[in-house]
Design a protein around this ligand. Structure first.
Ligand code: FNR
Length: 349
């Protein structure tokens, strides 16, 4: 997709504090940049003389059909991007035939999002008060979310200089709607970092995967893994899937890019769980490479945010459909008629 003009238009549309929150990474933002660059470093070995008169981008994720192997990543506070917030993002995602992952720290309640969404998963930040998390995941199950996405790469918040400089906090009237919580506002500090320190539980272990499965009755996907051994441990503890992710370059700076971490995780997990990847996915060829390397699907964060900021639900729908067109085009040029034909040999190793 033509990402730079999209981001530039969103930057125009947003207040600087909001733009910086969505765009930024941690420390020197090395990982933020490398996420994009890593997909571009990978080269393709296209096949020819295959009949590609019909190309099908559809697949399934944990059994749920989707029109393309691209899901919408959980992103906090979407009403800071557009008044329609999470509901508009979920509507646009459904219109494009994709799956929406609702953030724990959404500015709209998970039930309100469910009412307008298509297929959906619920992202989980475990709260220090575990009864709050138990109640939230039970509400998610009742509201038709078909899986939980347990985020494990945020025991503390990465040092996001932009948010510290801006004393980031939520715009007036917005809350962490699932719990009705206000975000602290502290001069010279990130309110988000203060909120995480106040509310979120850094004491997570593999046994929490089974706890969440038990209290919700839902499958659990573990998000924020960058190593094969951690992926294996999560799967051995019962995870139904893992998301290879460095949180969009917002947590540990100089952490390995998703694209570079994917092969180790795929090798460690084998066929025992589904593997997803995110970070810097901006084009159909990025998606194609991820699937060829063994990912079931990718997640997109900022492409959704900028599309939402500039075009609401229709913007999100257009962005996903554009990625689908690009993916179909690159599949045809690689001699692949279906995502099942996207095999490892298409990628230079
Ligand atoms: C995120 N991400 C995130 N992840 C999560 O599990 N829960 C969350 O609430 C959030 N919030 C959030 C806010 C913002 C503004 C961004 C940019 C990201 C991480 C997100 O799910 C995903 O891993 C990255 O966004 C993927 O990278 P790209 O596509 O943004 O490059």
């Amino acid at each position: 997709m033509d990402f730079e003009p999209l981001e530039a238009a969103a930057r125009e549309a947003l207040a600087p504090m909001a733009y910086d929150y969505f765009a930024g990474g941690s420390d020197d933002e090395e990982t933020l940049r490398d996420n994009v660059a890593a997909w571009r470093r990978i080269r393709l070995r296209p096949r020819v003389l295959r009949d590609v008169s019909v190309v099908d981008t559809s697949t399934t994720v944990l059994g749920t059909p989707v029109a393309l192997p691209v899901l919408v990543a959980p992103v906090g506070y979407q009403a800071m991007a557009h008044p329609g917030g999470e509901c508009d993002a979920a509507r646009g995602t459904a219109a494009a035939g994709s799956l929406y992952i609702s953030s724990t720290v959404a500015t709209m309640k998970l039930e309100d999002i469910a009412a307008v969404a298509g297929p959906r998963w619920m992202q989980v930040y475990v709260q220090k008060d575990r009864s709050m998390t138990e109640a939230m995941v039970q509400r998610a199950a009742d509201a038709g979310y078909s899986a939980l996405v347990l985020t494990v790469d945020l025991p503390v918040v990465g040092r996001r200089r932009r948010d510290e400089r801006n004393s980031f906090t939520l715009a007036p009237g917005l809350t962490v709607a699932n719990f009705g919580l206000e975000m602290p506002s502290v001069a010279g500090q990130s309110g988000l970092a203060a909120q995480v320190g106040r509310d979120m539980d850094p004491n997570l272990t593999p046994s929490d995967i089974a706890w969440l499965q038990e209290v919700s009755g839902l499958p659990v996907i573990v998000k924020g893994i960058l190593r094969g051994d951690d992926a294996r441990a999560a799967v051995d503890a019962g995870a139904d899937g893992v998301v290879v992710s460095n949180h969009g370059g917002r947590q540990l700076d100089t952490a390995i890019a998703g694209a570079d971490a994917l092969p180790d995780v795929v090798a460690a997990v084998g066929r025992d769980a589904e593997v997803y990847v995110d970070g810097g996915v901006r084009s159909g060829t990025d998606v194609l490479k991820a699937v060829a390397m063994g990912a079931r699907a990718v997640l997109v964060g900022r492409p959704m945010v900028w599309s939402l900021a500039t075009g609401g639900a229709a913007g999100v729908e257009t962005m996903l459909k554009e990625l689908q067109v690009e993916l179909a085009n690159s599949m045809a040029l690689c001699g692949a008629r279906s995502v099942g034909e996207l095999t490892r040999d298409l990628v230079v190793t």
